[in-house]
Design a protein around this ligand. Structure first.
Ligand SMILES: [Mg+2]
Length: 388
């Protein structure tokens, strides 16, 4: 079955008829969430849209086969990724067999090695790859989780990433991740405040619940080690992404410094080779590829398989918030949880903030997938316009 078109699209949001009023605004963590650039005080920590290089700019890719069937996939940084899809991937893939996903990914991967290989081209490749899987599922009239070898479970346990932990608990979540409040440039004062935040969260969720902390690359090695030592009494299930993605040796140093605290990372690692490095170095315990960023579902399956062979879990970044992440989580034995990034303010049902029509939302902290073909998305053609 030949590919006849590859288009870059932008979502048009559907208005909700009668939206639920939140009980209170989202509890934006006081002081905001630091990213690496917040070593410079000129950048706001409370306005995520003001962070240069943040993952905005959602772009969808629609791939249409010669019989008119189409598949959809999405990525971020669309302004930068769209030119890669339009000027390189669309021409490279047009006219080829849409079912040959491994071959098409290899073409994309080999064609981009001279322009960086990872980074933004991985994001562009992600959207194309996920659209190919959706298309294949529709052509085979089967859910993607079946085509990739599942299902392995009938319901997916989710952990929630949230600031309003009481709202998350009310919704039935039993595992929680909170945001970091410190940048390494905040010094000891930052560690003191972070400890107070983690202590309050542990108090709220109780001693039995999984609790994780997400540092989003805001530390250096010395600071991360100090934070890990300080947070040891709070029994973190894992400490996430303390360092920028290329610092494998830094992660190895942290693993040696505080061996009892599990480390997770990967949302900013692009492609299987970056993951191979951290797997071989045995410096992390949980791999967290983001399917929209790392190269797609095909690349994530390769990462998963390397991790599984090394005894590591893969828990895709925001996997519970996107169809491909949900299908990976349903299909694979060592994907033991999915992350659900809380999108609703307290009191607003998750269905109202569901970004993808037809995609399930967690109920009592668990996701149950349908057997709809492809990723089961229920978009209408009027939901999209050409990406500008
Ligand atoms: Mg993270």
């Amino acid at each position: 079955m030949k590919i006849i078109s590859i288009e870059c699209l932008k979502r048009v949001s559907r208005p909700i008829g009668n939206p639920t009023k939140p009980r209170r605004p989202v509890d934006a963590a006081a002081g905001g969430v630091p990213y690496p650039i917040h070593i410079y005080r000129e950048f706001s920590r409370t306005d995520r849209k003001a962070v240069p290089g943040g993952p905005g700019g959602e772009m969808w890719v629609r791939i249409t086969a010669e019989d008119g069937t189409y598949g959809l996939g999405h990525c971020n940084w669309g302004d930068l990724a769209a030119p890669v899809v339009r000027t390189l991937f669309a021409g490279l893939l047009a006219g080829r067999n849409c079912l040959a996903i491994e071959f098409l990914n290899d073409l994309m991967w080999r064609s981009t090695q001279r322009l960086g290989g990872t980074g933004i081209v991985s994001s562009a490749q992600s959207a194309v790859d996920v659209a190919l899987w959706d298309l294949k599922g529709k052509l085979y009239k089967a859910p993607v989780y079946e085509i990739i070898g599942g299902p392995c479970r009938s319901e997916i346990d989710c952990y929630v990433t949230a600031t309003d932990l009481d709202w998350a608990m009310e919704l039935g979540f039993r595992a929680f991740k909170i945001n970091n409040t410190a940048h390494h440039s905040d010094g000891t004062d930052g560690i003191n405040k972070l400890e107070a935040t983690v202590a309050a969260a542990r108090e709220k969720v109780g001693p039995a619940a999984d609790l994780m902390l997400n540092a989003v690359m805001s530390f250096n090695v010395d600071y991360a080690a100090r934070v890990m030592e300080r947070l040891a009494p709070y029994d973190l299930r894992w400490f996430e992404e303390p360092l920028p993605p290329n610092d494998t040796k830094g992660l190895m140093a942290l693993k040696r410094a505080v061996p009892a605290m599990p480390l997770a990372t990967g949302e900013d690692h692009r492609g299987r080779h970056m993951f191979r490095d951290i797997i071989e170095a045995r410096c992390v315990d949980v791999l967290q590829p983001d399917i929209r960023w790392t190269g797609g579902l095909t690349e994530t399956l390769k990462i998963y398989n390397m991790g599984e062979a090394a005894g590591l879990q893969t828990i895709a970044h925001s996997g519970g918030n996107m169809p491909a992440g949900q299908h990976l989580s349903a299909a694979m034995p060592e994907v033991r949880m999915a992350e659900y990034l809380m999108l609703s303010a307290p009191g607003v049902p998750l269905e109202e903030v569901n970004p993808v029509p037809g995609m399930p939302v967690p109920v009592n902290g668990k996701l149950v997938l349908s057997d709809a073909a492809g990723f089961g998305m229920e978009f209408r053609s009027e939901d999209f316009v050409p990406f500008p």
